[in-house]
Design a protein. Structure first.
Length: 108
């Protein structure tokens, strides 16, 4: 899972709404792909001032994930272990760690 800023010409009278930390006007594309690199979810159009985490926190997919309303397989035992392991989404350090979202270990 990751977000990508797409440069735009800002809408008239939008001020700095679409202006982001990269010093450009943009909209954000948030995408999730599966292990076969197939897109399984896309959220596009949020103004560029909003972070990847901000887009994730308001998107339909996260809302359904939090309410257990997605058809995600139940946790399963991995070979060589005796613990149930949940299916996960891999994100970068801009996202929040949760049962189904893994992020890199903090550098601090």
């Amino acid at each position: 899972m990751d977000g990508k800023h797409s440069r735009i010409d800002p809408p008239l009278k939008s001020g700095s709404l679409y202006y982001n930390y990269k010093d450009i006007f943009s909209i954000v594309l948030l995408a999730l792909v599966d292990a076969q690199l197939r897109f399984i979810y896309i959220d596009v159009g949020t103004n560029g001032r909003i972070s990847d985490k901000g887009v994730w926190n308001k998107c339909t997919f996260k809302n359904l994930l939090d309410k257990n309303e997605l058809k995600i397989p139940q946790p399963t035992i991995l070979p060589g272990t005796d613990k149930d392991i949940p299916f996960i989404i891999v994100g970068d350090e801009g996202f929040t760690l949760s049962e189904n979202v893994l992020i890199p270990f903090p550098k601090e």
